[in-house]
Design a protein around this ligand. Structure first.
Ligand code: ATP
Ligand code: MG
Length: 330
């Protein structure tokens, strides 16, 4: 069998500093073919195009992509790249780690967010002077896909609670459809007990997540709700430098830290690489390397607990110090 092909797209700012750490980590645990490509502000300044066709194709053809961040051109880069991998699910774990200050130190949540429609379907109009509208799209297919993905994810990753976030009491037609499809999938799902499936109004859920995050496991969300609630949960566990994400497609996937290009610290060599290395662990899992993914996660956890730590976590270590410590653990 030939080696899995991983596209490497560092992008802008600290993406250039943290992605190489993730590549070293991937290289340490597996035999991969890396294909380097770029996108973002720097590429746009040079070529006029933030996302060259060659990069799009490299990502579309790869088995998986590790991506850093794009600055001002983020929307022109990330949205098409998510499309290039046919991503229908955005997975954002929010976990607290020993040794890291967190508002809610027991938090262990995973948001599974619909990634193709809802209010982000891009249908906005000014219908007349002073009045704008937005069309929210919810389909049976996308709703079933995200629900199935969420239930499978819960089973495969050892979570026994699944919560479906919605606002079907107000958005009866759209979230009503979303909720109905989720209920169907829940009934059909052999491994999750129906009593463990919870439906939550997204506004009340926001409050409960702050107060009692440990009541929740996997949270299946429509697009916008998932965006907002996962950022809220990020605030519970203390710091953008720790949060990975996956844009999962049928065949491939795009894995990226939740943080952006962090222009305030870019070039200083002090960005925390943990979020990107944890994204690489999600990539490994997506490709079926569960044991390797577990080892990478354990190594990151050990370093978070024992140090060295970058300044965002109160230390004075560099990106490379942390990267080398993770590699030593491995
Ligand atoms: P962008 O427009 O690219 O999103 P931004 O200015 O919003 O850039 P973010 O990357 O979203 O910056 O980061 C927000 C804050 O969190 C910044 O102060 C940044 O320094 C900090 N931060 C983000 N990621 C990291 C990281 N990996 N390590 C340390 N600090 C980080
Ligand atoms: Mg930002």
């Amino acid at each position: 069998m030939s080696a899995d092909r991983i596209a490497v797209v560092p992008g802008d700012g600290i993406g250039q500093e943290v992605v190489p750490v993730a590549v070293d980590v991937l290289d340490a645990v597996g035999n991969f073919e890396f294909v380097h490509a770029n996108a973002g502000d720097a590429v746009a300044a040079e070529t006029g195009d933030p996302l060259p066709d060659a990069t799009y194709e490299t990502v579309a053809d790869a088995d998986a992509t590790i991506f850093g961040a794009a600055g001002d051109t983020a929307a022109d880069v990330v949205l098409p790249l998510r499309e290039a991998v046919g991503s229908f699910a955005n997975v954002r774990p929010a976990r607290a780690y020993p040794g890291v200050d967190a508002l809610q130190p027991e938090t262990d949540l995973v948001f599974v967010r619909e990634n193709t429609e809802g209010v982000y379907a891009g249908i906005e109009d000014e219908i007349t002077e002073g009045v704008s509208t937005l069309t929210r799209v919810v389909t049976d297919d996308a709703s079933r896909d995200i629900a199935e993905f969420g239930f499978d994810y819960a089973v495969e990753n050892g979570y026994d609670d699944v919560t479906v976030a919605h606002k079907a009491n107000v958005m009866r037609e759209t979230d009503g459809r979303f909720l109905d499809r989720c209920r169907e999938v829940a009934r059909e799902h052999p491994d999750i007990d129906e009593s463990e499936v919870d439906e939550a109004l997204m506004d009340a859920l926001a409050m409960h997540l702050v107060q009692r995050p440990t009541d929740y496991g996997v949270v299946v969300c429509p697009n916008l709700a998932g965006d907002v609630l996962s950022d809220l949960a990020a605030g519970l566990v203390g710091g953008l430098g720790l949060l990975p994400s996956a844009n999962v497609g049928r065949e491939n996937g795009l894995f990226e830290p939740v943080h952006g290009s962090a222009p305030d610290i870019a070039g200083d060599g002090v960005a925390n690489p943990s979020a990107t290395v944890l994204s690489a662990a999600m990539l490994l899992e997506h490709l079926g390397y569960d044991e390797e993914a577990g080892r990478v996660r354990d190594a990151v956890e050990s370093v978070l607990e024992a140090g060295p730590r970058t300044p965002d976590l109160g230390g004075d270590a560099t990106t490379d110090d942390v990267g080398n410590a993770i590699l030593d653990e491995l």
